[in-house]
Design a protein. Structure first.
Length: 152
């Protein structure tokens, strides 16, 4: 298993921009294409915002973000020490109901799930959560500029 660069942040909404900046910079280092980077940043924004607001209830906490490539997949781990919450078990919103009648909430997790190929949850042994986002068949600029044998 590859281990990527990770950073730990306080779980304040003002730290969201720093988390996004770290992941955007890391994606550039890994030569991830801009479209995939945009999708992963949007998914991460939704999940991290939920952790800050609902998991920590605007109280002090931390969030750790890690990103690396493993074969042709981009892996992003988000870890926290908030109360256990499994977003993979969160039911999808009923999109047949009009926005005016629909309950508030649930769209962020739904959107994050749509933007990645796989979302994996595990409760951490020391308490807290780890959500892993996986994007398969990642296209990188390095591969696109690489040798033509890979394209045949």
């Amino acid at each position: 298993m590859n281990v990527g660069k990770s950073r730990q942040y306080t779980a304040g909404l003002n730290d969201l921009a720093e988390i996004r900046h770290f992941l955007q910079k890391r994606a550039a280092e890994l030569q991830v294409d801009p479209s995939t980077t945009y999708d992963l940043l949007l998914a991460v924004t939704e999940l991290v915002t939920n952790t800050m607001i609902y998991g920590y209830q605007n109280e002090p906490g931390f969030i750790e973000a890690e990103m690396y490539l493993e074969k042709d997949s981009l892996i992003i781990h988000l870890r926290d020490h908030a109360a256990p919450f499994n977003p993979t078990q969160f039911p999808p919103p009923d999109l047949s109901i009009s926005l005016e009648k629909r309950a508030i909430g649930g769209m962020g997790i739904f959107l994050a799930k749509q933007l990645v190929d796989q979302m994996i949850y595990r409760e951490l042994p020391q308490g807290g959560n780890e959500v892993t986002l996986v994007i398969h068949q990642i296209s990188t600029r390095q591969k696109e500029e690489g040798n033509d044998e890979d394209r045949n």
